[in-house]
Design a protein around this ligand. Structure first.
Ligand code: RB5
Length: 145
C-alpha cells in the first residue's frame, strides 16, 4: 500500500511529521505538496491526491488543512472517493471498519499532532469489515450517478 499526501499551507508542518512516521513504517509516500507555507487553495491539492487514489487501488490518500473540513468537502466531490474527516482515534478506526475510507482528512490547527499521528496509525492498521458495510458503500457510490 502507498500513500499520496497533500495539504494546504496550514498543514505543511503536520504533513512532514506524518511523512516521517510513514517512513518509519517503510510505507511509500508520494507528497503532492505544497512544500512551503505560502498561501494556497486546498481544492488544488485535494485534486492531486484524489487523482492518485482513483488511479491505483493500492494508494490511499491523506489530506490536511486548517480544519480538515475544506479538504473533506473537496475530496468527496470526486467519484470513488470516500474521504473522512476524523478527530479521534475511534473515528479513524470506524471509518476504515465501516466506511472503508480511502482518504483521511486531518485538521492541523484544531487537533494535536500526537492525536493526528495516532489516527493515521489506527486507520492504516484497521481492516474494512465488508459484508453489510460494502452494501452501504455501494449505495453511496450509486449516488454519484
Ligand atoms: C486556510 O486558512 C483554511 O481556510 C483552510 O486551511 C481550511 O481550514 C479550510 O477548510
Amino acid at each position: 500500500m502507498n500513500i499520496a499526501i497533500g495539504s494546504d499551507h496550514a498543514g505543511v508542518e503536520l504533513k512532514e511529521q506524518i511523512k516521517t512516521f510513514l517512513a518509519s513504517k517503510s510505507i511509500e509516500v508520494l507528497d503532492v505538496g505544497p512544500h512551503d507555507e505560502i498561501s494556497v487553495d486546498y481544492p488544488d491539492y485535494a485534486k492531486l491526491v484524489t487523482d492518485h487514489v482513483c488511479k491505483d487501488k493500492n494508494t490511499l490518500g491523506i489530506l490536511i488543512c486548517g480544519t480538515g473540513i475544506g479538504m473533506s468537502i473537496a475530496a468527496n466531490k470526486v467519484n470513488g472517493i470516500r474521504a473522512a474527516l476524523v478527530t479521534s482515534v475511534e473515528m479513524a478506526e470506524m471509518t476504515k471498519r465501516h466506511n472503508n475510507a480511502n482518504v483521511l482528512c486531518l485538521s492541523a490547527r484544531m487537533i494535536d499532532p500526537e492525536v493526528n499521528l495516532a489516527m493515521v496509525k489506527t486507520w492504516l492498521e484497521t481492516d474494512f469489515e465488508g459484508d453489510r458495510h460494502q452494501r452501504r458503500i455501494d449505495k453511496i457510490h450509486a449516488l454519484e450517478q
